[in-house]
Write a new protein. Sequence first.
Length: 119
Amino acid sequence: VQLQASGGGLVQPGGSLRLSCAASGVGLDYYAVGWFRQVPGKERERIACITDDTTYYEDPVKGRFTISRDNAKNTVYLQMNSLEPEDTAVYYCAINTICGTSLFAYSYWGLGTQVTVSS
């Protein structure tokens, strides 16, 4: 089982990126999928999560980020709009049975993708 986050890069403030979380060895449609981010020196934080019919967002990204899934492609996306320098982090995806808040309940983290928001 492997999850791979991709789609990161350098973007100017106010810009957009779409991250992808592609899975191999597991069907994402059976799981909740969370997106997380981590800044050096800080704890990893959950920012969004999706089940089969519900989405969750943390306050810092609410209204700017959208999580979605394409079960046919076995991929979960994170559309990030109105990006701010504070969004700069390594972004990860992981799976769980529910959209819980404890990071310890999530599995198959993968390597993450760097997002840098800077002018």
